[in-house]
Design a binder for this molecule. Sequence first.
Ligand code: PLP
Length: 398
Amino acid sequence: MIDALLPVYARAPLAFERGKGVRLYTPEGEEYLDFGSGIAVNGLGHAHPALVAALHAQGEKLWHTSNLYRIPEGERLAARLVAATFADTVFFTNSGAEAIECAIKMARRYQYAKGRPERFRIITFEGAFHGRTLATIAAGGQPKYLEGFGPKVDGFDQVPFADHAALKAAIGPETAGILIEPLQGEGGVRPVPAQCLKGLRELCDENDLLLILDEVQCGMGRTGRLFAHEWSGVTPDIMAVAKAIGGGFPMGACLATENAASGMKPGTHGSTYGGNPLAMAVGNAVLDVIQTEQFLPRVRQAAARLQQKLGGLAAAYPHLIEEVRGEGLLLGLKLRPPNTEVVAKARDERLLLVGAGDNVVRILPPLIVSDAEIDEGIERLSRALAAFPAEAPAKVAS
Ligand code: PLP
């Protein structure tokens, strides 16, 4: 008999009742260290008092009015995101895939409004992940997500990761823009070097293409800057954000320059829930915390500690860990045994990690993680790794 829940996930046999900071608790009171953050969502940990207070206060006042009316908390959040970034304007969504959908539509519409309706194609990169809607699985291009869902949505050309020549060759008379994650998450924690982002910016400028960054996973402080692209000095035309922007409340955003958004007029796009007062209240509270002076420097400090300790584990277990990857607190271990086994063994030690492509395990603690919690996480991970046989196992195909 089919599950009452559509069985599209291979869930761990584990449920949590409550969380506090970096920790999660089962109904039986067992405590876990959450180094997965709900896949990079709980940037401020669980039950952050400022977020709980904001949601509670808004919940008492007003839940929903629709976008037929002004939503002052949303206007305020948009203005703050505009002030903090390259962007001039923001569209709020409920998820990352919707933020990407908005970005794709906006890029197509930009070219259309410039009198070039034939330019609708977007170049994307092998290993990318942009969501699970029909357009975003086409953008991501991964056969395992496309299989069985009919014709792939047209308009996406995928090129190999880090192959500038292939990228240049892929630009044609129908190209509207280039979509890339500055740091691939699901694809295996693969950073795009600053030099490559600069090259992409130049190619876009030379060809009047829009540079679209997917910062759904790597944005909102995860790399130690508000957005990952800030490390490169390059700014995009459009950027998709989600996950940690709501700290666990479902929301996303598509940010854009005035020029990139010039095709978007009243009626061209919409969402019933996007920018809803509950989401906007939480989003403002998240930003309040991330914008405190010490927040991002502390993320960088925590990241340096975690990276250094992971380097130590890689040196101690060379038969299990091939490489430490990533930036800030979006880190990955490229493994020799199957990553599912490492995730399961870490779970046995009450440490939550997340798998990724390329046989990588992701380590994404909440950004508020303390030094003591980092050390505890490393101890648990070390115990999990010690549970593997000492000799080198057969390498899994990546
Ligand atoms: N883009 C990236 C880089 C992601 O990591 C994800 C989700 O993991 C998405 C888009 C899709 O976001 P959502 O699952 O909220 O639709």
